[in-house]
Design a protein around this ligand. Sequence first.
Ligand SMILES: [Zn+2]
Length: 254
Amino acid sequence: MKALAPIQFISNGLLDLTLPRHCAVSGRPLIAGEDGAVAPEVLREIELAGGDYCSRCGAPQGRGVGVIRDCLSCRDYREGFGTRGVIAAGRYEGTLKEVCLALKFGGERRLAEPLAAWLAQLAFDRGVADKIELVVPMPLHPYRRLSRGYNQAELIAKPLAQALAKPLFDVLRRVEKTQRQATLSAAQRKGNVDGAFEVRAGRTSDIEGKLVLLVDDVMTTGATLGAAARTLKKAGAKGVYGAVAARAALGADS
Ligand SMILES: [Zn+2]
């Protein structure tokens, strides 16, 4: 193996010394041994969805409610989301919301790692990990992906697929420019995303007869997730589970 040139050793060392890393949420300088993107005390602030949640839409429920399958957040969607169930790491509020925003708009790609780790844990805890056969990220419209430089759903889906030891297939694409969902009502949101997705040419064999885990960063009404799930099933997928980092209430800016 070729030895590294001395100048490379020197510059690597200098970089470590002169560029202290900071917590992507609080901005606190990270010290030796703090290897993640976020300071440990910030991660501890996030209340992850515990035992009480809605298995239909993933919304965390108040303590003592138990596992339900029809919560206030998903009652507008009587026909369901086109999914067998949704897991969400937590509510889209407080520190978890800051993490999602920093990942989506702040260029903090490393934040996908803890989100993926939480989702993997939930997928194992709730028996979803054993059922699904592949992982699919929610696609961004190409122009939005270009301007952002990355797809945050894909950043979460990659380490999640790795943790679940399942293949990651980027099989979906957006076919038309949809209006930003955050500006619309629940009914408008659903109409806005009907027909918004298609399976990429030549990729249906990747999903035919398979159970898919569809990954997104934030779920609000579930209209986008539902439209993508129905597209996968129409193309032959046996069924779809959703995994979202955070479950937002309608009206939240996502
Ligand atoms: Zn629900």
